[in-house]
Write a protein that binds this ligand. Structure first.
Ligand code: SOE
Length: 395
């Protein structure tokens, strides 16, 4: 059988997902073939160029027409958050499997409707996954596996940070990512969502309460008109930034452990610095996205003279996803997470299960994001997330 994919959107994530769909069948022995059928965007000439460059058979400008087609099996959504709910729900109702970029939606209400549509669709054998791609970096999957195997003992504390610096320049123009109506939130939803999901994924716990603060450092930015990604804005002058630049919050996990979260676009010098450290009563694990082939492990049960952080080079055939790639020591990069994601989505469909994270898990993250904003608006008081709907799926 051949699964025909429609990609809706063609920005940065369009490029990344295209690599995923192209490479997955070339590297893994998938149960079904993948056909890169059609890529969709509103600007006809630009999306046609993307199709030719990234290897899509066709391009189109109307996602509704594409979803109505009988010959599409998977709809992959990489548009800004304001259109996720409408496209995903329409696709699921049309019987298409869905992969949707993170964060799942721009509000809890939208995410709830999406999770409900996914629940109904699953009864008909139609599956939905959220694109929290970093789960599929082999070192992150191994991080999860080692905690599940008890290697750090009881998880007692977590430190999670995602730091970028692309907004430090106040003359950086306004873009859709800086407008609440398009993006939902700023650093919080864009990159904070990743570290919330990763924390829940690796620990197997949910973030059940948060206390935090969000802040916008540069409140207005130049408008760039055409090419800014903004609809209907003037080409001149300044526009208001309506999302956060920085989000700092504490989280309480379902097992009682405390987490410190930091998501910022103002960490001068930090380009895409995601770090995650879990401390348990028997050991610790630490991951750094800028050194993504390595997982740090401290074993408190080892003889005292041997204790210290070990750098595990996660490139052995026994490590997650690696056996399909290169011999040990031949490292992987950012794009491999997208290849692994495409592989897992295809395998999930063949097995009759949704590849993790499900829309239900995406909804838990959305609830944490909303709780952080609420806490910030209410003098950082602790706010329950109502996220505890179950632990991450294990497929
Ligand atoms: C933002 O700069 C961004 O592109 C996120 O949207 C992605 O999810 C992350 O992978 C890299 O940073």
């Amino acid at each position: 059988m051949s699964l025909r994919v429609a990609l809706i959107g063609y920005g940065f994530m369009g490029a990344a997902h295209s690599v995923g769909w192209r490479q997955a069948p070339a590297v893994f022995d998938l149960p079904d073939d993948v056909e890169m059928a059609v890529i969709v965007g509103r600007n006809g000439p630009a999306v046609a160029e993307a199709a030719a460059k990234w290897g899509w058979a066709e391009s189109a400008t109307d996602w509704r027409e594409v979803i109505a087609r009988d010959d599409i099996d998977i709809v992959d959504i990489v548009t800004p958050g304001d259109s996720h709910a409408e496209i995903a729900i329409a696709a699921l109702e049309a019987g298409k499997h869905v992969l949707c970029e993170k964060p799942l939606a721009n509000s809890v209400e939208q995410a709830e409707r999406m999770a409900e549509a996914a629940r109904v669709a699953a009864e008909r054998g139609v599956f939905a996954t959220v694109g929290f791609t970093y789960r599929r970096v082999p070192a992150v999957t191994l991080f999860r596996d080692l905690i599940a195997a008890g290697k750090v003992g009881k998880v007692q504390q977590v430190r999670a940070a995602y730091r970028q610096d692309w907004l430090v320049d106040p003359e950086m123009p306004l873009a859709w990512r800086l407008q609440k109506e398009h993006a939902g939130s700023g650093a919080l939803g864009d990159i904070g969502a990743h570290i919330i999901d990763m924390t829940q994924f690796v620990t197997g716990q949910t973030v059940d309460a948060v206390s935090g603060v969000v802040e916008t450092i540069v409140k207005r930015r130049p408008l760039q008109g055409e090419g800014s990604g903004l609809s209907g804005t003037a080409a001149e002058g300044y526009g208001e930034v309506t999302v956060d630049d920085v989000a700092l919050f504490a989280g309480r996990l379902s097992n009682g452990a405390l987490v410190s979260f930091e998501a910022t676009r103002f960490a001068t010098g930090r380009k895409n610095a995601l770090t995650l450290e879990v401390s348990g009563d028997e050991g610790s694990l630490v991951f750094d996205l800028e050194d993504l082939n390595v997982l740090g492990f401290y074993d408190r049960t080892a003889p005292e003279q041997l204790q210290g952080f070990t750098k595990i080079l996660v490139t052995e055939g026994v490590h997650p996803y690696i056996s399909a790639w290169w011999p040990a020591g031949h490292i992987l990069g950012y794009e491999h997470g997208f290849v692994h994601q495409a592989k897992d989505v295809v395998e999930g469909i063949a097995k009759g299960v949704a590849a993790h994270p499900t829309f239900e898990e995406g909804l838990t993250v959305q609830k944490v994001l909303a709780a952080v904003e609420k806490s910030s608006a209410e003098q950082s008081r602790w706010v329950a997330t109502e996220a505890a709907v179950g632990t991450p799926a294990d497929n």
